[in-house]
Design a protein. Sequence first.
Length: 330
Amino acid sequence: MPEPVAQVKEILRRLEAEGDLRQMSMHGMTPVAWDRITPGLLALIAIHLAVADELGSLPEDGSVRRLLNEVVTHTQGLENLEGADLEGFLLADVVRSSRLEGPGGMTWAEAFRLLGGIIRVRRISSTELDVLLERAEAMCHEVLTSGLLFEPRIRSSEYGPWDISESWRPDVERLDLGSLLVPCMSGTDFLPYRVDGKIVGAIAKMVGMRFIMQAFRVGSSGRTWTSSRKGIAESAKAKGGEAEEARRALGPEVTATLPRLEGQEPQVLRFVGCDGPGWILRGIESGVGVSSDVIDGRIHFLFTNTVVNLKDADCVTGGALVLRWPTDVT
């Protein structure tokens, strides 16, 4: 049995036997995870297919809402969810509207409860569940090869990064670094990024990777992320390295391969960036997955939920904003 299918079945088994998932980590459930199928993506597609199977399609006549209301009513742990919200989620894009912390306003635990509730309400047998998950897995492969996960999801009504003056998601807990408000995330440690003794960036350390975020004041220089990418590519080539541009979930990016000392593997860095009102936010990714075509969901969450505050911000030569590091964050 393929690993994601087995993981989903184990989660559903625990829900049925124990009634909760408190002893089970939901880490890694995000649907956007490089080029592999995650249990989260598989569960979302399975929910979509199960509802469509029950109703013959996903009609907009209220029947989806009624079915989901029935599932919510008869499923423990879904008391805070509304059928209308879930209907909107299913009728929209269940993959791209999902966030790192959960899909469509749910937590990942609630998403699996919803799938388990649909299975009970529809009286789906073990054999039928196997078929459903096999179909969902096949559709997952289609999603991963369709280019859907590569489409930009940045600086829109739904995604940041944002300026402090804009409407940004207040429900996300953030670390206040003065010029940057950086989203907190389980399993991530933040360290100051120093240049010439000044803190000019935040390093997010995660298992297998790190991500440096810096904001730059544009002022009257006319500098843009487009011109910055050109400079990054020229700098990499001047050092004897290579640079390649691409357009993915965080928009236009540059992957630079830089030579190291003899006998050492070249260093590969992914540079992402975004123009804002009077500023540029830049991120530098290194580590596992840096060469993947799909942006890691943790990187996307960090970058698109960061808020830039130019007010009273000092900057160093080159325009990098100086950050204020909290004493209780090491």
